[in-house]
Design a protein around this ligand. Structure first.
Ligand code: ADP
Length: 450
């Protein structure tokens, strides 16, 4: 096992990784921008190195500075967390070229899944069901028209290099296609420097259901069940659950068997998540994330597994040491993503946190880097914490979430805590009766009733 790991990230996820390392007797190196000198991940780490000015491009994405920090401190491995460099194949290659271990999949697999067209191609060959769409990148508007005619409107134009819901445009009918084509390509070019786009059938009321997998690179692949991440705003997740309120254990087993067989054939290593849309009892693959995800804790709560620990073990060359039959699913877990934003308008709300009180009690977990007196910097993602609750069943988990949200205090900045209160109290949510469009409508209703 490693003796020292550099954590190339910030915020709650840097803390999350630090905690797993500490429990395994691994020393940690934090990296930080000048804006994060007093951040919790820096305070808790065994060592820390400043890697640049506030702008993420010059700090958390500064590959040369991060590799130097690892070399100077004698770290043997780098954990990228999520976001930033976590799905950058070139970075993973450079880490390995420096004789360090990248805690994640092989650069080839990162590259393959980072190109959503290549990812869909691979999954098609491996027998995983897909959303109907263009066979590859769309060469012209003409081709877009032909594909749309064959799969029928509404259609979605998506960026091949996409992420974070950017470069994605719906065309309800032919009159909207040219505009969608143009906007999606312009957005894709601006966000990813690559304007290749492809087309999918736009599903009108799917749920977003994803499967967590872990592979050791020695031929052992297990899944830790599904997460339902249908509660989204602008294609960004806000609340996640494990398991899905609509999936039976038999459906989970069947999907799990397809996915683990595919990844075994692919020779995949480390953690990964396959994302599906689920509608009319059918799963359709949309993309694979080759990293730890924000919502991984709900899986940890129901499976009783530390996914970061598993990532570290696998990266160090260890075998999983358990099989699918050893994975048990216990109760239900819900995560509320708490962001520094206005709970109605979602206007960013960085600034100083004057009071902070985290809830506690049975089945309550808070993953956050907040503390009283901390100033949330304006330069980064607005996620400031995650409240994760576990209960014997979904109703108990919801009751616990409501109780914990009541206890939680974050003063001085606006947060989405009040929105989570209202979601947890909503009868439709409580009935599990929602799809990927539900939250947008819910938020619009809240705005109207203001
Ligand atoms: P990104 O990588 O930008 O997050 P994804 O492909 O993961 O893009 O899609 C993000 C979200 O967009 C999905 O969770 C879903 O809500 C919506 N979405 C994606 N593809 C489709 C589709 N074909 N039909 C309807 N909604 C979709």
């Amino acid at each position: 096992m490693f003796t020292k790991v550099l954590i190339a990230n910030r915020g709650e996820i840097a803390l999350r990784i630090h905690r797993a390392c500490q429990e395994m007797g691994i020393r940690t190196v934090a990296v930080h921008s000048t804006a994060d000198a007093t951040a919790m991940h820096v305070r808790l780490a065994d060592e820390s190195v400043c890697i640049g000015p506030p702008s993420a491009r010059d700090s958390y994405l500064n590959v040369a500075a991060i590799l130097s920090a690892a070399t100077i401190t004698g770290a043997e491995a780098i954990h990228p967390g999520y976001g930033f460099l976590s799905e950058n194949a070139r970075f993973a290659e450079m880490v390995e070229a420096h004789g360090l271990t990248f805690i994640g999949p092989s650069p080839d697999h990162i590259r393959m899944m980072g190109d959503k067209i290549a990812a869909k191609d691979a999954m098609r060959r491996l027998g995983v069901p897909l959303v109907p769409g263009s066979p590859g990148a769309l060469a012209s508007l003409e081709e877009a028209r032909e594909v749309a005619d064959s799969i029928k409107y509404p259609v979605l134009i998506k960026a091949a290099a996409g992420g974070g819901g950017r470069g994605m445009k719906v065309a309800q009918d032919e009159s909207e296609l040219e505009e969608a084509w143009r906007v999606a390509r312009t957005e894709a070019k601006a966000a990813f420097g690559d304007d290749s786009v492809y087309m999918e059938k736009y599903l009108d009321r799917p749920r977003h259901i994803e499967l967590q997998v872990m592979a050791d690179g020695h031929g052992n692949v297990v899944h830790f069940g599904e997460r339902d991440c249908s509660l989204q705003r602008r294609h960004q997740k806000l609340v996640e659950e494990a398991g899905s309120p609509v999936l039976s254990p038999a459906q989970r087993d069947a999907l799990g068997a397809t996915v683990t067989a595919a990844l075994k054939q692919l020779g995949y290593r480390n953690a990964g998540t396959l994302e599906f849309l689920y509608q009319d009892e059918q799963f359709a693959f949309i993309e694979m994330n080759t990293r730890l995800q924000v919502e991984h804790p709900v899986t940890e709560m129901v499976c009783g597994v530390d996914l970061v620990r598993e990532q570290l073990r696998v990266a160090a060359g260890e075998r999983l040491g358990y099989t699918q039959d050893d994975v048990r699913f216990n109760g239900h877990a819900i995560e509320c993503r708490i962001t520094a934003e206005d709970p109605l308008t979602f206007a960013p709300s960085p600034g100083r946190v004057t009071t902070y009180h985290a809830p506690g009690g049975l089945g309550v977990r808070v993953d956050s880097a907040l503390y009283a007196g901390y100033a949330v910097p304006p330069h980064y993602d607005s996620l400031v914490g995650k409240l994760i609750v576990h209960g014997a069943n979904r109703a108990e988990a919801i009751a616990r979430a409501r109780r914990a949200l009541d206890e939680m205090v974050v003063a001085g900045i606006n947060t989405t805590i009040p929105l989570h209160h209202r979601i947890m109290a909503d009868p439709e949510f409580q009935a599990g009766d929602y799809n990927i469009h539900w939250l947008e409508r819910f938020v619009a209703r809240q705005e109207e009733n203001r």
